[in-house]
Design a protein. Structure first.
Ligand SMILES: [Fe+2]
Ligand SMILES: [Fe+2]
Length: 160
C-alpha cells in the first residue's frame, strides 16, 4: 500500500477525521438514537486507540531525538492520551445508562454533552500541541527514507 502521507505535518488530517467521527456520534445523540450513538462512539474509540497507540509505539521514540521541547514532552502526550481514554470509558458507561423513555432523559443527554465538550477541548489542545511541535519535529529529525518507512508503518497501524 502506498502511504498517502509524504510528511508528518500531513497527519493533521487524521485528527480532523477523528473529530468528524466524534461529531457523528454526537449527531446520533441529538437525534436521541442511543444505540447508534453508542455504536459510533465505539467506532470512534477504536480508531482513537489505534491512533494513540501508533503514536506511542512508532513516533514518540523518534521524537525523543529532537531533545526536550517546552510544552511538548513525551510524558505530556502520553498523559493526555490516558485522560482521553478515561473520558471515553465514562461516556460509554453513561450512554449505556440512558433510557429514552425516562423523564430525565433530556437532562441526562445534556449532562453527557457537557462532559463531551470538556473532552473535545482536551482533544483539541492535544491535537494542536502535536500539530505545532510533535509532527514538525518528526519531519526535522528524519530523512526522507525513514520518514517514508515510518509513515507507511503508521498508516498501516491506524487503518481499520
Ligand atoms: Fe496524540
Ligand atoms: Fe495525534
Amino acid at each position: 500500500m502506498t502511504p498517502p502521507f509524504s510528511d508528518f505535518a500531513s497527519l493533521a488530517s487524521l485528527h480532523r477525521e477523528l473529530e468528524e467521527r466524534f461529531l457523528q456520534h454526537q449527531d446520533a445523540l441529538l437525534d436521541s438514537d442511543v444505540a447508534l450513538a453508542a455504536e459510533r462512539l465505539d467506532g470512534y474509540e477504536a480508531a482513537l486507540r489505534r491512533h494513540l497507540e501508533a503514536e506511542e509505539a512508532l513516533l514518540l521514540p523518534v521524537f525523543s531525538r529532537a531533545g526536550r521541547i517546552r510544552g511538548a514532552s513525551p510524558e505530556l502526550f502520553t498523559g493526555e492520551h490516558q485522560r482521553l481514554l478515561e473520558f471515553l470509558a465514562r461516556f460509554r458507561a453513561e450512554l449505556r445508562a440512558l433510557e429514552p423513555e425516562s423523564a430525565g432523559f433530556k437532562r441526562a443527554v445534556l449532562r453527557l454533552l457537557d462532559a463531551e465538550t470538556t473532552f473535545k477541548h482536551l482533544s483539541h489542545h492535544h491535537e494542536l500541541r502535536e500539530e505545532t511541535y510533535f509532527f514538525p519535529a518528526l519531519d526535522s529529525v528524519t530523512d526522507e527514507a525513514e520518514r517514508r518507512e515510518l509513515l507507511a508503518a503508521f498508516t498501516a497501524r491506524v487503518a481499520p
